[in-house]
Design a protein around this ligand. Structure first.
Ligand code: PLP
Length: 480
């Protein structure tokens, strides 16, 4: 009967087993297809009921490693262009393994001075890297969705204060609907966060002046004026998910200031535009906002799951997420307890990976990473422009390239269907990896470059492979 205690001395052997498999995997990762044709079958082999008698750690791990390597998408590799997916830098990966080994709870200083101090320092460094005011409060989260949730919870608390109500204490009953105004760039996760916060995602008022979602500033301002100075939340996006567009954050900041609104900036990946002078202008004005967030597991290239949120008035985080119980220590100056500033009480020490990657590569390493990706995206954009059978739907501003397949002889009315099928064919093929979206009413591809491993050779495969797979879909249609 295996009991974990009987495994006490097996840890070195188990870690060595994982280490060997992982090293073999990494040795091939740059060349492997993004998805093995066997992946679904391998995932499907994990079946069966809870075992009464465990098989033992060596046997369980052997099975996990064998099937797991086959079943996993190689999203850590250089050609996973789907969504906006970063990899894990070597330093971040190693630090994250160390975090698992230490298994510290970074909710309280007393449970992890290491996790708490590194979170404090990592947040300071991130503010520096992203050129945000050092005075802002902040916290690490599991990702951008939870960072949006956390920052918007602070905004909601502020909004209650304007009406003399402590929402964390009293809730929202009796209060009017909270106005949330934004552009068509708003990300689905902001709506999800608003739903979770009881503000209601259907309440979001979208002001866009064209099908791509660009903000209609005039009408947004008119709506703010109609609220007659009543507080509201304005949400700006730095890095729209389909084509990398930016709201004019500085102009939204001055509107928010004039009309007594809170400005929140969702910069899940786009906040990293501020790392390079090539693109910093795109995200001008974030420093004027009341809150801003970004992801760690995207362009920072730390392992899942990691995001971070900053709030100009950091005290609001404590008002919303603070708690007390007889067995919890009181907050002590300079001994941050991030469990009092975040939705979760117990928290992974994800700061170890954030600190390690920033310590290892520094400002210039990140600038070089971001600039390489921007150049690769621009080159891919140029390749699309030069190709007679592809159509660029938006000039790449950052690291996302939005385009569609448009070969001769296919009527416009069939393009959406063709591109949708082609997106599926790209995924099934697995040599490169991205899906489809709908941008400005057209089904389109939106490969995003965010992995530290990605090079020119990887990006140069995008059009030839897409063309090869597209031609297979078009030829039968033309023949019939
Ligand atoms: C602009 C934006 N905001 C929020 C998110 C949500 O991020 P996460 O999946 O890390 O919660 C994304 C994800 O792509 C995004 O692009």
């Amino acid at each position: 009967m295996p009991d974990p205690l009987s495994d006490h001395d097996r840890i070195p052997a188990l870690l060595a087993q994982v280490g060997e498999t992982v090293n073999r995997y990494f040795a091939r990762l740059d060349e492997l297809p993004v998805r093995s044709p066997e992946s679904e079958a391998a995932a499907g082999r994990f079946i069966g009921a809870l075992p009464e008698e465990g098989e033992g750690s060596a046997a369980a791990l052997t099975r996990l490693l064998a099937e797991g390597v086959e079943a996993a998408t190689r999203s850590a590799g250089p050609r996973f262009f789907h969504f906006v997916t970063g990899g894990s830098t070597p330093a971040a990966l190693a630090a994250d393994w160390f975090a698992s080994a230490l298994d510290n709870n970074a909710g309280l200083w007393v449970s992890s001075p290491l996790g708490s101090r590194l979170e404090q320092l990592a947040l300071e460094w991130l503010k520096d890297l992203l050129q945000l005011p050092a005075s802002w409060g902040g916290v690490l989260t599991t990702g951008a969705t939870m960072a949006n949730f956390t920052a918007l919870a602070a905004a909601r608390q502020w909004w209650g204060q304007q009406q003399g109500v402590n929402i964390a204490e009293q809730g929202m009953s009796g209060l009017p609907a909270l106005p949330v105004l934004t552009s068509g760039f708003v990300h689905a996760s902001v709506r999800k966060a608003l739903g979770m916060l009881g503000i209601g995602h259907a309440r979001v008022q979208v002001f866009s002046r064209d099908p791509s979602g660009r903000v209609d500033l005039e009408n947004l301002e008119r709506a703010l004026r109609e609220h007659r100075g009543a507080p509201a939340i304005v949400v700006a996006t730095a890095g729209e998910v389909n084509a990398g567009g930016f709201d004019p954050i500085d102009r939204l900041a001055s509107l928010a200031y004039r009309h007594h609104a809170w400005l929140h900036v969702d910069g899940a990946f786009g906040l990293f535009a501020r790392v390079s002078p090539m693109t910093a202008e795109l995200a001008r004005g974030v420093e004027l906002a009341d809150s801003a967030i970004a992801d760690g597991h995207k362009w920072l290239n730390v392992p899942y799951d990691c995001g971070f949120g900053f709030v100009r008035d950091g005290r609001l985080l404590h008002e919303v997420f603070g708690l007390s119980a007889p067995y919890f220590p009181a907050a002590v100056a300079d001994h941050p307890d991030y469990g009092y500033l975040a939705p979760e009480m117990s928290r992974r020490a994800r700061a170890l990976a954030v600190w390690a990657t920033l310590a290892a590569y520094g400002r210039s390493g990140y600038r070089s990473l971001v600039e390489r990706h921007i150049r690769l995206a621009r080159q891919l954009g140029d390749q699309v422009l030069a190709a007679p059978d592809f159509e660029l739907l938006e000039e790449p501003r950052l690291n996302v390239v939005c385009f569609r397949y448009r070969p001769d002889g296919v009527p416009d009315t069939s393009l959406d269907d063709l591109n949708r099928r082609l997106g599926q064919a790209v995924i099934d093929d697995g040599r490169i990896y991205f899906g489809t979206t709908v941008y400005a009413g057209k089904v389109a591809f939106r490969p995003a470059i965010a992995n530290w491993r990605t090079t020119q050779a990887d990006v140069d495969l995008v059009l030839p492979i897409t063309r090869e797979l597209g031609a297979r879909l078009v030829s039968p249609a033309r023949a019939s």
